[in-house]
Design a protein around this ligand. Structure first.
Ligand code: ACO
Length: 326
């Protein structure tokens, strides 16, 4: 029997037109460009316009990924949208995206794993495709995180941005070393109070705002991301030196630099977009990947290491040899 692998063959992204710089924020929040840059590495973020929703961002990113792959919407069997900022409590954002794309008949659902949502969605799609639920999946990370920000709380409102990124995953019967080499997921609900939104349908019927104990999250981030990356490397029988690009969740430049140091990777093997996008939660990894594919850094056959941690806590890592065998 031939070995089935799941390839990551294309990526697309979309950022809303409205760019908000640190200086723009300083005009209405008690903060400064200097503080935000020094503590986070962020210089600007994109925010959705009035009436622009997470599904709109997701569909635009997905359309670009389909174009890059030379596919049409009817080629897609499965759509997973990782998001914390859905258009509605129900139906899922994924069903709206399915309709906007015209991918009628495709399985469609959302995954809620906050900033680790993209890693969770890749893992689930990989298992579903290998389990026979179709040949091709669209995995999308999409967020309108600006909708969850409390503008009175300067410790959180300067950190986040909006955007979307999408990848195409595809079953391949050829026995190659391309595709998803390993993925590892974890969660620990004991830490749910250090990063959460203080609203929800079954608690107070409110949308709520992000609340975060930044220092605690920071401490867990480095420790847990380094450990899960070790697990993913072991599962793939790989070493850090086998990685061409670390494509990390873009929350804070100091967390990214910390991971680079732990993995002993040179500077030019790390994709950094947090300065331009800020923390776009589930969208941040596919947005970073799209940036590095578009500017020619990531090429067919490059080995990518992706990792993320988010509220829950939830965290995970995935190793992928990008593209398709010749
Ligand atoms: N502008 C100016 N000053 C500020 C701001 C701001 N925006 N925010 C906080 N400060 C002040 C504080 O009031 C404090 O002042 P004080 O010393 O007079 O009390 C000082 O700056 C230091 O504040 P800290 O919170 O200690 O700053 P820290 O160095 O910890 O940096 C940060 C804060 C950037 C949030 C950091 O802790 C961090 O990045 N944490 C991780 C966040 C993260 O990774 N989240 C990912 C998951 S998000 C998700 O899942 C949705």
């Amino acid at each position: 029997m031939s070995k089935q692998t799941v390839l990551m063959t294309a990526v697309g992204s979309y950022l809303p037109a409205n760019v908000v710089t640190n200086d723009d924020l300083s005009a209405c929040v008690d903060t400064s460009d200097e503080w935000i840059r020094r503590r986070t590495g962020i210089t600007q973020r994109h925010f959705v316009a009035d009436g622009e929703t997470t599904a709109d961002l997701a569909s635009k990113a997905a359309t670009k990924a389909l174009y890059q792959a030379g596919l049409g919407a009817s080629d897609i069997d499965l759509i997973i949208v990782a998001t914390t900022t859905p258009d509605n409590t129900f139906p899922s954002t994924a069903t709206k995206v399915q309709h906007q794309l015209g991918a009628s008949g495709a399985i469609a659902f959302d995954i809620q794993a906050v900033c680790a949502g993209f890693i969770y969605a890749v893992d689930v799609a990989d298992a579903m495709l290998r389990g026979g639920r179709g040949r091709r999946a669209l995995v999308i990370g999409a967020e309108s995180f600006s909708k969850l920000l409390d503008w009175q709380d300067r410790t959180t409102c300067v950190l986040f941005g909006d955007g979307a990124g999408a990848v195409i995953l595809e079953i391949d019967e050829k026995d190659s070393d391309f595709g998803i080499r390993s993925s590892v997921l974890h969660a620990d609900g004991a830490y749910r109070d250090i990063l959460y939104v203080d609203g929800g349908p079954s608690s107070n019927q409110d949308v709520g705002y992000v609340r975060m104990e930044g220092k605690e999250v920071f401490r867990h981030a480095i420790e847990k991301l380094a450990a899960v990356m070790d697990e993913a490397l072991t599962a793939a029988d790989m070493q850090p030196q086998d990685i061409d690009w670390l494509v990390p969740h873009q929350a804070n430049i100091r967390i990214i630099d910390g991971m680079q140091k732990k993995m002993q990777l040179p500077n030019d093997k790390v994709v950094r977009t947090v300065d331009q996008h800020a923390n776009t939660s589930a969208a941040s990894i596919p947005l970073a990947l799209a940036t590095a594919v578009d500017d020619g850094r990531v090429k067919n056959g490059d080995v990518l290491a992706m990792e993320a941690i988010g509220g829950g806590l939830v965290w995970g890592a995935a190793l992928v040899k990008y593209g398709r065998p010749a």
